[in-house]
Structure formats: C-alpha cells, structure tokens
Design a protein. Structure first.
Length: 95
C-alpha cells in the first residue's frame, strides 16, 4: 500500500493519540461499554484529565459522546476503532 504525505500525517496523528497510557486506558474501558466522565475516573484519573484526553480522542474520531440530560456518555467512534483497539491489545499481549 502506497501512502501520500497527507495520509501518512493523518495516520501518525492518530497513532500519536494512542501514545499516552491514559488514552489507552480510556479506550480499553470504552471497549467494555459506554461510560461517562465520572465512570472513567474509576481508572484512577481525575475528571479534568479524563475530559482533556476525551477531547483529543474525539478530535481524532476515536471516541464520541452522546448527551443524556446533563451527562455525556462516551463510546468508541465506530467498529473500525473497536477493531483497531482490540488488535493493538492483542498485539501487545504477545510480548
């Protein structure tokens, strides 16, 4: 597969978004089920940290949120993201 510079830049940006352990924890948690910011703080992260990481994940189209009253419930953007996260977790479990 040949990539042009623009495609390579987008891919690097998404992969860079995965380079933070907190974001990986959030994505792995969202594999299980949708969650609010307060539920994601159970990962040991502050509400501010979770919100900041979710902003990046939303910008990269890795996570999305749906408003339910006063709360926003976050989930993986789509099945492509789910498959990517599962593949990464599977890959890293082999070393």
């Amino acid at each position: 597969m040949r990539l042009d510079a623009e495609d390579a830049e987008r891919i690097a940006e998404v992969m860079g978004g995965l380079a933070t352990p907190a974001r990986v924890l959030i994505l792995a948690r969202l594999l299980e089920s949708p969650a609010s910011v307060s539920e994601l703080t159970e990962l040991g992260l502050s509400q501010t940290v979770v919100s900041n990481h979710l902003r990046v994940l939303r910008h990269l189209h890795l996570a999305a949120g749906d408003r339910h009253g006063r709360n926003v419930v976050y989930h993986l953007e789509d099945e492509h993201v789910r498959a990517m996260v599962e593949q990464i977790l599977d890959h890293t479990s082999h070393y």
